[in-house]
Design a protein around this ligand. Structure first.
Ligand code: AMP
Length: 190
């Protein structure tokens, strides 16, 4: 199985579709947001550093993130493919991921981009706040996260385009419809 990078704004469904893909293809899954929330929960030094950025809707510095990513990747079983969920979020992270995988004789596989309108994203995130109580799912922090997404992460879509691995899926009102399109693309390219 190829590696998959799942890409999109906060609330676009990266975690939801990752879980479906992982269940179907038995791949490894790295959610950098989940890794960081785990560190915060365990009260580690890294968690303390990350908390300041996350609560403020900002990105954790690239150098730190790249290090965490490599360690998490190396701890996973080899040969099953990995879905990268929430990483990369900047061009330096993308360059580092490409290099890290190449050094291990691997590559980025395919990129899945989720495109969802901002009104739908905001409604989903506020709903998630009620269900999961994530500290960064409040209106003020969500707006900051959208701004960070537009300035630092969205430009990466073009970077993936140049790499020739960008596959874009636009929200059409149904998770099932999205999933069937995503699975069809994976089947074609896996
Ligand atoms: P997520 O669960 O993917 O929405 O991530 C939650 C928060 O964790 C983000 O708003 C960032 O503060 C931080 N974070 C997660 N992944 C990254 C990353 N690749 N680079 C920098 N910060 C990240």
């Amino acid at each position: 199985m190829k590696n998959i990078i799942i890409f999109g704004a906060p609330g676009s469904g990266k975690g939801t579709y990752s879980d479906e893909i992982v269940a179907k293809y038995n791949m490894g899954h790295i959610s950098t947001g989940d890794v960081l929330r785990g560190e915060i929960k365990n009260g580690t030094e890294l968690g303390n550093i990350a908390k300041g950025y996350i609560d403020n809707g900002q990105l954790i510095p690239d150098e730190l993130m790249i290090d965490i990513l490599a360690k998490t990747y190396d701890a996973l079983p080899k040969g099953q493919g990995v879905i990268f969920d929430g990483f990369p979020r900047t061009i330096p992270q993308a360059e580092a991921l490409k290099k890290m995988l190449a050094e291990r004789g691997d590559d980025m596989g395919m990129m899945i981009e989720l495109v969802v309108g901002e009104d739908v994203l905001m409604a989903r995130l506020l709903n998630r706040a009620k269900e999961q109580g994530r500290a960064d799912d409040n209106e003020e922090t969500i707006k900051k996260r959208f701004a960070v997404y537009h300035s630092q992460t969205a430009p990466l879509a073009e970077w993936f385009e140049k790499e020739g691995i960008r596959n874009t899926f636009t929200w059409k009102g149904s998770k099932e419809l999205m999933l069937s399109e995503i699975f069809a693309a994976i089947e074609e390219q896996k």
